[in-house]
Design a protein around this ligand. Structure first.
Ligand code: PEP
Ligand code: MG
Length: 539
């Protein structure tokens, strides 16, 4: 909960682009000016990357690399050589690539935001204007924007930008995920934001996903004080995860590399419930070798030596394409060859990854569990489990497809554990793109249909005594985490920043309260009613 004034991203002012061409003799100087501007922008982004850590650093480094990408730099150079002033050349070259990415389909959408971001920075540099983007406020403020480039989100200072509100983006878009990792309360897909002037006081409730402009000042202060009390309790919570009456629920962390795992180790997280390995390789053109992979995986195992670590095999495709995973050209990538389905056409990729995980386990002395993403059938689970066991690894699968939730009992005949990915489970249950701002209400994990599938899965696990965890964003919501516990899940894995809040809330309620809340939620017919029903039982 935050109560603070609004700031906005400064846009590039309208710039007069000279219509005429420049003289031939001046073109080399113009080309030099352009190269220097692009280099300056990349250098600044790299410097910010060096100051950031984990995913934030990677996103900034990736954007810096895009600023130096030969393809669009070459396209702009060509235009300058033909007489275009640098500003026009940059604008046209970027638009050419934006069009190309847009035609390639939704999964390149975030690259488009990045490219336009770089265009504006380079144009500002060429015109001697201040760099567009996020302002540095003097006092803690709430940043309102249509959307943020991942690089801008990654570079936010959580001391000064204490909240983030966007008109676009879904709850599981990368902007939201990075903000959560930085511990910045974030509400996405908010309409009516444009009417809120800079400096207006707003009350932002990141948990309930609400933003109130100009609220009653004393009520807002009271709400903030209550939230601060909760935050203090959260900071004091030291684990391990359990309800007030001692029912154990492991509280784990979601990580994407060694740096994130080391950050997670500083929280009371008892292990890693989801290591998103594909995020280590988003910028790679070629498949990393077994040795390279083993070293990267080993960093995470070392950070949690002797603890539970669940490594997910590459979940490539859709919103996370990997250049070396050979994605086919598809009209609908979210329903296409992604996750485990890639193994069908490229079994070597999965085998080499399992070999790398096994090597990391040998080298570090910590044996992880492994799980496959996007499992839809028991046969896929069986085949994955056989491969994992042949490498001496303990196999499980993610439940992200409604078909897999409905047949969780059949899948459990082949694997040792299940982990429910509520982000994709909501997307596929509700037939709503998780990246779409317009459909954010449908992809809300409080949707009773989604929670019914969680209940079916948890019951299947309990029937055979095998663990069923949740590792989607649902596990990061303290109230929902209690409901998931009541539904019978045995572990909750969330971004490091959410670990304390979830653990603290769970420690304040009894298992019976969690079960009562779960029953109440399953009796509702809307996400709003489900949340209200849980709140009534759990406070
Ligand atoms: C999920 O789908 O809930 C999940 C944890 O996987 P990802 O968000 O990486 O798709
Ligand atoms: Mg998923």
């Amino acid at each position: 909960m935050q109560y603070a004034p609004v700031i906005r991203v400064s846009a590039l002012p309208a710039i007069e682009v000279p219509a005429g061409d420049i003289a031939e003799a001046d073109r080399p100087v113009e080309a030099g000016r352009f190269a220097a501007a692009a280099t300056e922008v990349a250098t600044r982004l790299r410097a910010r990357a060096a100051h950031a850590t984990g995913a934030a650093s990677e996103v900034l480094a990736a954007t810096a690399a895009l600023a130096q990408d030969r393809a669009w730099l070459g396209a702009a150079d060509k235009r300058i050589a033909a007489g275009a002033p640098a500003v026009r050349a940059v604008t046209e070259a970027v638009e050419q690539f934006v069009e190309m990415f847009t035609q390639l389909g939704g999964l390149m959408a975030e690259r488009v935001t990045d490219l336009r971001d770089i265009r504006d920075r380079v144009v500002a540099e060429l015109c001697g204007l201040p760099e567009p983007g996020v302002p540095l406020p003097d006092i803690p403020s709430i940043l309102c924007a249509e959307d943020l480039a991942p690089a801008d989100t990654a570079g936010l200072d959580p001391q000064l930008v204490v909240g983030l509100v966007t008109t676009l983006g879904g709850p599981t878009s990368h902007t939201a995920i990075i903000a959560r990792q930085l511990g910045i309360p974030c509400v996405v897909a908010v309409s009516g934001l444009d009417a809120v002037a800079v400096g207006t006081m707003v009350l932002l409730d990141g948990t309930a996903g609400t933003v109130t402009a100009d609220p009653d000042a004393s009520e807002a202060a009271e709400a903030v004080a209550a939230a601060q009390r909760d935050a203090r309790a959260a900071r004091q919570w030291a684990g391990p995860g359990a309800t007030a009456d001692g029912h154990a629920v492991a509280i784990l962390a979601n990580v994407q590399d060694g740096a994130a795992a080391r950050t997670a180790r500083e929280t009371p997280a008892e292990g890693v419930g989801l290591f998103r390995t594909e995020l280590c390789f988003l910028n790679r053109d070629t498949e990393p070798t077994v040795d390279e992979q083993a070293k990267i995986y080993g960093e995470v195992l070392e950070a949690f030596a002797g603890h539970k670590v669940v490594v997910r095999t590459l979940d490539a495709g859709s919103d996370k394409p990997l250049k070396f995973a050979g994605h086919p050209d598809e009209a609908n990538p979210a329903l296409g060859v992604r996750g485990i389905r890639i193994a069908e056409g490229n079994p070597g990729l999965l085998d080499r990854q399992l070999e790398s995980i096994a090597a990391a386990a040998r080298q570090t002395g910590t044996a992880p569990w492994v799980m496959a993403p996007m499992i839809a059938t028991a046969a896929e689970a069986k085949s994955f489990a056989a491969k994992a066991r042949s490498h001496g690894l303990t196999p499980g699968v993610m439940i992200e497809v409604p078909a897999a939730a409905l047949l969780a009992d059949k899948i459990l005949e082949h694997v040792e554990f299940l982990s429910i990915g509520t982000n994709d489970l909501a997307q596929y249950t509700m037939a709503a793109d998780r990246m779409s701002a317009d459909l954010a209400a449908l992809t809300d994990p409080w949707q009773p249909a989604v929670l019914t599938l969680v209940a079916i899965t948890a019951r299947a696990g309990a029937a055979v005594g095998k663990p069923v965890g949740v590792c989607g964003e649902a596990a990061a919501d303290p109230l929902l985490a209690c409901v998931l516990t009541g539904l019978g899940v045995s572990s909750l894995s969330a971004a490091s920043a959410a670990v304390n809040g979830v653990g603290a809330k769970l420690s304040q309620v009894t298992l019976q309260q969690c079960r009562d809340a779960a029953d109440a939620v399953l009796a509702t017919a809307s996400a709003a009613d489900a949340r209200a029903a849980a709140l009534a039982v759990l406070g």
